[in-house]
Design a binder for this molecule. Sequence first.
Ligand code: COA
Ligand code: MG
Length: 293
Amino acid sequence: MAQEPYRPRRSVLYMPASNERALAKIASLACDAVIIDLEDGVAPADKVSARDRLAGILGTRAERRCEMIVRVNPLASEWGVDDLLAVAKAGPDGILLPKVTTPRDILEAGDLLDDNSAPDSVTLWAMIETPKALLNSGAIAELGRDPASRLACFVAGTNDLVKATGILATPDRRYLMPWLLQLVLAARAGGLDVIDGVANDFRDLEAFARECAEAAAMGFDGKSLIHPAQIEAANRAFAPSPEALAGARAIRDAFARPENAGKGVIALDGRMVERLHLAEAEKLLAKAAIISA
Ligand code: COA
Ligand code: MG
């Protein structure tokens, strides 16, 4: 469901629903998606007023060009159900559920949306940020194969994972890596998009660009951002590189030559290239075309 046609989710920027100055920037930012946050970015005393402001924020539909996602509070919290009902009415593109641990969490949220006549186009995104969620990520991702579940995207909650597991957060993220790769694997098995967690040090853009490049190499579709200064690096890292595009064009052109018609495997510059590489190349070229459109 999330995979075709390609929808860019390279840069996914959080902004607290209580931060008017940040919200006012939505229309001018080049990010692919924003997550308007009612959960950890908003203090308990501000949660209800932040929720009440949503309809106004999402009402500016005409000028928006990025995907608008709202992160609600956990359904089991005192705000969760009211958040979900208010958001469903306000008409976002998607709803991000925090602290998901089992497939049931997705199904319950989906039922609430269905019961309250939320359009089918409203997707569910799931934060994977607890040990239990990671262990269940394969079963949760399976829901992605059923469009009725609305599930479209996983978002890694790396700060919560570090906190819940007690691993050391190092700049190279070495202890997180196995879990991040497991998350990508689960997402692919369910046909979901998958977004890497945030980099807290938003002033170190060099380190941030490295982290984006690594996340792209690991198969992530995009990166969670906390500051507008991070948008450009993420957009670049998760778009096909000029080198990758040149390689894809060479493969497409090679298979198009008359002498290669009908061949399953050919040699190109001393390398074996199969039809699966052609399919991959065509996908990459289509992705680049959508991004530049
Ligand atoms: N979205 C949109 N605009 C943002 C933004 C965001 N996430 N973060 C900062 N900005 C804006 C600021 O409002 C400011 O614009 P202004 O001068 O018109 O007010 C401009 O960018 C520069 O901000 P800066 O001074 O560099 O940062 P800050 O000290 O104001 O804010 C943070 C730093 C981390 C508090 C802020 O970036 C933030 O709240 N990020 C999101 C955090 C979040 O949502 N966390 C929960 C999920 S992990
Ligand atoms: Mg969290």
